[in-house]
Every structure is written in structure tokens, then in C-alpha cells.
Design a binder for this molecule. Structure first.
Ligand SMILES: Nc1ncnc2c1ncn2[C@@H]1O[C@H](COP(=O)(O)OP(=O)(O)O)[C@@H](O)[C@H]1O
Ligand code: SF4
Ligand SMILES: [Mg+2]
Length: 377
């Protein structure tokens, strides 16, 4: 598909779907496990489902260790999956290298957190971009075509005039400029989907907004489907159309970004928002330690808690939460807003008799204001 064709695809067209995506990493067995026959594994990602659409940014939010990068790597086909499926334009897709992998990465590109680590320090910008254009068949036929394609890529990421940047080495560029080169390299494939794994978290706060604005501009101009991975829910509200929240390998809430961030339903999402109190604070966002302060510890992913994985930290936990895994339950305030939480199951709340989810409203379930228990602290 050429750039003009791909950009002409309808906005909202489904590009990529994760269906019950699961990844368990086996861990080295101890002698005791050998005798007991236990197979220990890190349950990094369990039953994760979502859709990436053209012209839309979908944010995947969660604290460190919640499984976000593993989801990105699974979608990029860098890891084999333990279970579930990845659908590209509705077709189940598994590639393990070779030609199949190349044709997949032409359509689905991954951008890493650390632009310095992802660019080879001994090669220039020209080398990185030329390689991407050539591998994906977008370099044209002549030297002039290639120069034009290089200039086009650099212009698209606002590294202008292109001749000022094209022969620079990574160390001659700022962090933001390096991330722009990494984005340009991904665009060299003319992809349909970009998987951006914490693309601004290693950058100086003053340039984060510029990179997010660039990605938003590319989403609109090139009609890209973007997965934006972040530990910072404030930036998701600013940048993403849809937001999904992950906790300990499972998705716990999803919906349009405005609703999830303004009316969070899941107690964990509320906790995240409490930890990042000012959603408009895009400039000062993403202190990676912020979410870990005083909110209890995420559980072990080798032996994750039964039932709802958030139950050891949740101030609203009911007996059922420790036994049964909550399904996705519609919240009812906005179409598509859901939370995996028993507070939104009227029968459970009636039976277990703890803090009615429907308190304060006849039709919109509103869990009681989240205050941390001593235990959760
Ligand atoms: N290659 C691996 N082998 C074993 N465990 C891993 C591997 N990659 C990630 N994990 C574990 O999986 C969990 C999720 O990690 P990750 O996806 O990197 O989370 P996040 O990106 O949200 O910080 C963590 O407990 C991490 O230690
Ligand atoms: S109320 Fe229960 S299901 Fe909901 S988050 Fe708390 S522990 Fe999980
Ligand atoms: Mg990560």
C-alpha cells in the first residue's frame, strides 16, 4: 500500500486487534518445584483484548511492571504468545521472522522508550532512514528519489531544513531530535499502526509535549492507528482518544479518554488519578516514582492473587473479589465505558452488602470516594 493509499483508508477502520492476548514467562524452577511438579511463570499479560483503529490514539496506562511493554512486544511479534490471538485486518497473524515478519513490520512499527538506545551510535541519520526506506521498498529507484524520500521523512517529523540533520550522528542530536529520527525511521515503512512504548518518558519534560503533538499530527495526516503506552494517565487524557488501564497483567478499565480520566470507575484507575492529581499538567508529567508512592505494592506476578488482582490493595474489596475474577462490566455513563470490578455488578453488591456501587445515582454506578485503607498504604 502506498502512502497516499494508506492515508486514504477510512478513519476508524480496524487495523489490529488483540484478542485474549496472554504471555507467561517461565521462571527457572527451584528444586522444590521440580519435586512438586509446579511450573512457575511470570503472568505478565493475561487475557488482554483491544482494538487499534485508523486515525485514533489508544492509550495503555499502568504502573511499571503491569505488562504494557509485553503487550507492545507481543503486538510487534517480537515474542511468541502463550495464548490469545492477534488479528491484522481481521486475520489471525503469527510471524516468526523472515519474509512474513518483514511484511508485518511494514504495517506495524514499534517505537521504543529510549531513542539513544534504539539508534546505532556509529551511523548517521541518513543511514538509519535509508535502511528503513530500502527494507520496506520506499526508497524509489534513483539517488534523487532516495534524497527526496529522506527529505520528506525529516520534514514530516519537523527536522527542518532536512540537510541540517541528515548527516548527523545520534550523539550530535538532542533527546527530542533523536526520538524524532526514531519516529521518522518508523514512518520509512509507511506503516498503518505505530506502537509507541513510553515514547516521551525518557525525554526532558520541556520537549515531551512537542513529541506528543507530532504524533498527534501524524495520526491525523497519515491516518495512523497509534498505541500510546504510558505510566502517566494525565498524558493519556491529553493525547489519546481511548484509554485502557492495566493492572498486574490484566486490563481493568476502558473507554473514551475523557470519561476514563474524568469519571474513573475502577478503584485502581482512581488511585492512578489521585497519584497524578492535575490532568492538565502535561509539562511536568511522568515522574516515574509518582505512582509508587504510598499506594501499596503491586502483587507478585508469579503467584498473582486469586479473583481480582487488585483485591489486596482495594479499599472496597468484598469477599467475592478474593475468589472470582470480575468480568468487564458496563458502567452505563458513556457508551463503551467498562470496568472489571464487582462494584458494578448489582447482584454481588446486594448480596455482599458492601458500599453500594449505585450510591448517589439512580443509573450511573459511582463507587464511594476512594480512600486508602491502612492496609493499602
Ligand atoms: N523477558 C522476560 N522474562 C521474564 N519476565 C519478564 C520478561 N519481560 C517482562 N517480564 C516481567 O513481566 C512483567 C511485565 O513487564 P513489562 O511488560 O515490562 O511491564 P511494563 O512495561 O508495564 O513496566 C514484569 O513483572 C516483568 O518483570
Ligand atoms: S471492589 Fe473488588 S473487584 Fe472491584 S477493584 Fe476492588 S477488589 Fe477488585
Ligand atoms: Mg515498559
Amino acid at each position: 500500500m502506498t502512502l497516499s493509499e494508506s492515508a486514504a483508508a477510512p478513519v476508524g477502520e480496524v487495523v489490529l486487534e488483540a484478542v485474549g492476548l496472554t504471555k507467561h514467562f517461565p521462571v527457572r524452577r527451584r528444586l522444590r518445584d521440580l519435586f512438586s511438579g509446579t511450573k512457575a511463570a511470570v503472568h505478565a499479560v493475561d487475557d488482554v483484548s483491544f482494538t487499534l483503529r485508523r486515525g485514533r490514539v489508544t492509550a495503555l496506562v499502568g504502573e511499571s511492571g503491569s505488562g504494557k511493554s509485553t503487550v507492545a512486544r507481543l503486538l510487534a511479534q517480537l515474542y511468541p504468545r502463550t495464548g490469545g490471538d492477534i488479528l491484522l485486518h481481521g486475520k489471525s497473524t503469527t510471524v516468526k521472522g523472515g519474509r512474513g515478519f518483514r511484511s508485518y513490520v511494514k504495517r506495524v512499527q514499534l517505537i521504543f522508550q529510549d531513542p539513544f538506545g534504539s539508534l546505532n551510535p556509529v551511523h548517521t541519520v541518513r543511514y538509519h532512514l535509508t535502511r528503513s526506506l530500502k527494507i520496506h521498498g520506499n526508497a524509489g529507484r534513483t539517488a534523487a528519489d532516495l534524497e527526496a524520500a529522506l527529505a520528506n521523512l525529516l520534514t514530516r517529523v519537523s527536522l527542518t531544513p532536512p540537510e541540517r540533520y541528515v548527516d548527523k550522528f545520534p550523539h550530535e542530536l538532542s533527546g527530542g531530535q533523536r526520538q524524532r529520527v526514531a519516529i521518522a525511521r518508523a514512518l520509512g515503512a509507511d506503516p498503518e499502526a505505530l506502537l509507541a512504548d513510553e515514547p516521551v518518558s525518557m525525554l526532558d519534560v520541556s520537549i515531551r509535549l512537542g513529541i506528543l503533538n507530532l504524533l498527534r499530527d501524524l495520526k491525523e495526516r497519515l491516518n495512523l492507528a497509534i498505541l500510546y503506552i504510558t505510566h502517566d494517565i494525565a498524558s493519556a487524557r491529553y493525547f489519546a482518544d481511548e484509554t485502557m488501564v492495566m493492572y498486574a497483567g490484566r486490563m481493568v478499565e476502558g473507554g473514551d479518554s475523557e470519561t476514563v480520566t474524568q469519571n474513573p470507575a475502577h478503584p485502581y484507575t482512581r488511585l492512578l488519578i489521585e497519584s497524578a492529581p492535575d490532568p492538565d499538567r502535561i509539562e511536568g508529567i511522568a515522574d516515574p516514582t509518582v505512582m509508587d508512592r504510598g499506594n501499596g505494592e503491586p502483587p507478585s506476578l508469579i503467584r498473582p492473587p486469586a479473583g481480582c488482582r487488585f483485591n489486596p490493595r482495594c479499599p472496597h474489596a468484598m469477599p467475592r473479589c478474593k475468589v472470582d475474577l470480575p468480568p468487564r462490566l458496563e458502567i452505563g455513563d458513556r457508551e463503551g465505558h467498562w470496568a472489571a470490578c464487582w462494584l458494578y455488578d448489582a447482584e454481588t453488591v446486594a448480596k455482599e452488602g458492601i458500599g453500594s456501587a449505585a450510591e448517589g445515582s439512580s443509573d450511573i454506578p459511582t463507587p464511594p470516594a476512594l480512600t486508602l485503607t491502612e492496609e493499602a498504604r
